[in-house]
Write a protein of this length. Sequence first.
Length: 249
Amino acid sequence: MIIIKSPREIGLIREAGRVVALVFEELQPLLVPGTSTAEIDEAVERIVAREGGYPAEKGYYGYPASICVSVNEVILHGIPSKKQHLQDGDLISLDLVVKKDGYCADACRSYVVGIPSERAKKMVAVAEECFDNAMSLVKPGVHLGDVCHAIEETAKKHGCSVARDYTGHGIGREMHEDPYIPCYGTPGSGPILREGMTICIEPMIFEHRNDVRVLKDGWTVVAKDKGLTAHYENTLAVTKDGCEILTKL
């Protein structure tokens, strides 16, 4: 069931989204060679607590950290570690959910550490373009399949592929609510968007093939061909004539 949110509820999600966006801004100085991914996780916990929120991924089905830190061929759910240190040229995706006053906001950003390769720069740009093209279609009366179709078509234009087994989603009191929002779709299909829906559009992009495997930790999802991956996401509210990004300052 897709839950339509009241203006009050959207305001609460917007506040949680402000905290998400603030975390990304304050993490920038850490995204340099030599930083351990555990240091990133520790900083997230401090910032979110300072802002009166909770990192909702921590403990979710047993996930052990406050943020997912996915490097290079890891497309999703990378677990921060004191043993993993960022290296020059790494492509890192940071996926964060903050819950505050009972409501969640979710976003992901991809960055290149240090001196970027052309491959890494392209992947980050493609993920963001996929999101922008999908978001541009979001307004009441549009089929969700059109939005999802735009993600895959944009990725294919650049020779990339998209995740098939993992999706975007609705959001509100729960981190994951209806509807599911794949990175692919058929125009004219799926639920029709309505004012008051709050959704997470999150292109998950593979440099080459989209075959994946899950590591022994039960969480970390990697590209089988070890190609680069990128992931970009925002929480949106469907408005009267378009949409609003809720995960920004």
